[in-house]
Each structure stands twice: as C-alpha cells, then as structure tokens.
Design a protein around this ligand. Structure first.
Ligand SMILES: [Zn+2]
Length: 279
C-alpha cells in the first residue's frame, strides 16, 4: 500500500464500533452489516471489551476469539476498550462523581483508576488481543472516552500507538495529536438522549464538512432504536460519498504537517511516553 499515504487536504473518515464482545455479538454483527454497505470492512475499527461487566470474558480459543482473529486477518483494527467497561471506583471529587454517574451511566471505567490499576488492565487487555489476533493491538480507547489522570499516565507508560477521546486522536507513542474535532455518535439510553443525538449527528455532519478528518462511532445500543439506525445509515452514506475511509494507523503513520495533523506538541506531559517498555 505505498500509494495509501494521506494526501494534503484530502478528506478522511474514521469509523469505529464500540463494545465489541460476546455480550453484544448480534448487535455488533448488525452494525457491521450496516457499515459495510458503505465502508470496506478493513476500515472499520473494532473496540474490544475483554470482559464486559464481568460477565462476558473473551478467552483465547473460544468461538468469539476466532471471530476476532478472522476480522484481524482481514485487516480490521482491534483496539483495547477497557477491561470491564464499567466504572467500579468510588469517586472522590464532585465533578468526577457527576461525570461518572450522569454522563456515562457509570461506564467510565478509566475515569477514577490509579495509574498502576490502569496499567494493569490496559496491559492485560492488550496482551489478550495480541494473543488472539497474532498482531499488535491498534491502540487503546477508554470506555465513554473518559480518562482520569491515572489512565492518561498509563497510556503514555505503555506507549500505545493511538488513543482517542471525544475531542481528539493522539499518539502516546510519538507524543503527537493526530486530529482534533468531536466524534459523531449516538446515544440510546433515553428518549431525550435519542432525540438530541439525532439532531446532534445532523448538525455535526454539516458543521464538520470542511474538517480534514471526521470520526464516527456506533454502539450496540444504537441497534435497538430504528430512528438511530436510520440516522447512522444516512450519516455514513453521506460521509463515505465525500470522504476516503482510512484506518487509525494510516493517521498515525502520516507525516507531521499534513492537512489533519497538528504540529503543536502535546502540552500535557502526561500524554507523552514516560517509561516506554517498562511493562
Ligand atoms: Zn464502550
């Protein structure tokens, strides 16, 4: 793929499926079927939860592990997406307590973890995915895109190639921000959230028309609501018609200074690799 280096000013699209694991296997299949009508399967990143809510452990040699291996063999990027996904920490600060409870339905597993605990879970998740897929994990994405200070230090310590939160993609390994801008996503937890995410997807799709890179993320819960599936289908179709779907690793491999990179160093030293190879 020598001709695949991103061209200046080209418009790119990053697409991901969150919460991949045996707990939501039918939903993930449905999302893959929808997305692959518009995007090649090797351009759809899968965010894998090793043991969702402590009741859906992925084990090497299991049928689900074989599916992950198969997808990886066909070019799909597999990310570590937490371990349990659920936030089981007692939060000290009022703001963190509010975020954990109200913004994520307590799914922000990495919001309150210490660096040591975060490293332990991230390293175990990475080892599992690499054992199953036979290749490096694509990166780490915290559940609900929420990172506490311990999680930010941990991704730097472990030197992940790619991480993302709601507003940016960055590389702890290189210390670069790879792209900025909100991710287009949907929420299915309540009628009010469904309504606002439908409006939000429409508005963002238009507001981000000139962006170098647009990110789109879908979740298993989206499949329970036909209006969300319609919105996802329309949004993916419109974006895929105007943009080239790429892999996260294409973004990380692109030279600094192209249309979607920020050359600015990451100001927060916690985003930089502190002790690569230590774990
Ligand atoms: Zn998730």
């Amino acid at each position: 793929m020598t001709d695949s280096l991103p061209k200046p000013r080209a418009r790119r699209l990053l697409v991901s499926i969150h919460d991949v694991g045996p707990l939501f296997e039918p939903e993930v299949d449905r999302l893959r079927a929808l997305l692959t009508r518009h995007i090649p399967e090797d351009r759809i990143a899968m965010l894998v939860v090793p043991n969702h809510w402590g009741k859906a452990a992925i084990t090497p040699g299991s049928p689900f592990a074989d599916r992950l291996r198969n997808w990886a063999d066909r070019g799909t990027e597999l990310f570590v997406h937490g371990w349990f996904h659920q936030d089981n920490v007692i939060h000290k600060g009022r703001v963190d307590r509010f975020k954990a409870r109200h913004m994520t339905a307590s799914e922000g597993e990495f919001l309150g973890l210490s660096e040591a605990a975060a490293i332990e879970r991230m390293a175990a998740g990475r080892a599992l995915i690499e054992d199953i897929s036979g290749r490096p994990a694509a990166g780490f994405v915290a559940p609900a895109w929420l990172y506490g200070p311990g999680a930010l230090a941990a991704v730097a310590s472990l030197g992940f190639t790619v991480c993302e939160d709601h507003m940016k993609v960055w590389s702890p390994a290189s210390g670069r921000i790879l792209c900025r801008g909100p991710v287009i996503t949907w929420a299915s937890r309540s009628r009010a959230r469904i309504a606002s995410s439908l409006a939000g997807a429409f508005l963002l799709r238009n507001a981000l028309r000139g962006a170098g890179v647009v990110r789109l993320a879908v979740h298993p819960g989206d499949t329970r609501e036909p209006s969300l599936l319609d919105s996802i289908e329309r949004t993916v179709a419109a974006l895929a018609a105007a943009r080239e779907p790429i892999r996260y690793r294409d973004l990380a491999a692109a030279p600094a200074g192209n249309a979607f990179h920020s050359n600015a160093p990451i100001p927060d030293s916690r985003l930089r690799p502190a002790r690569r190879g230590a774990v």
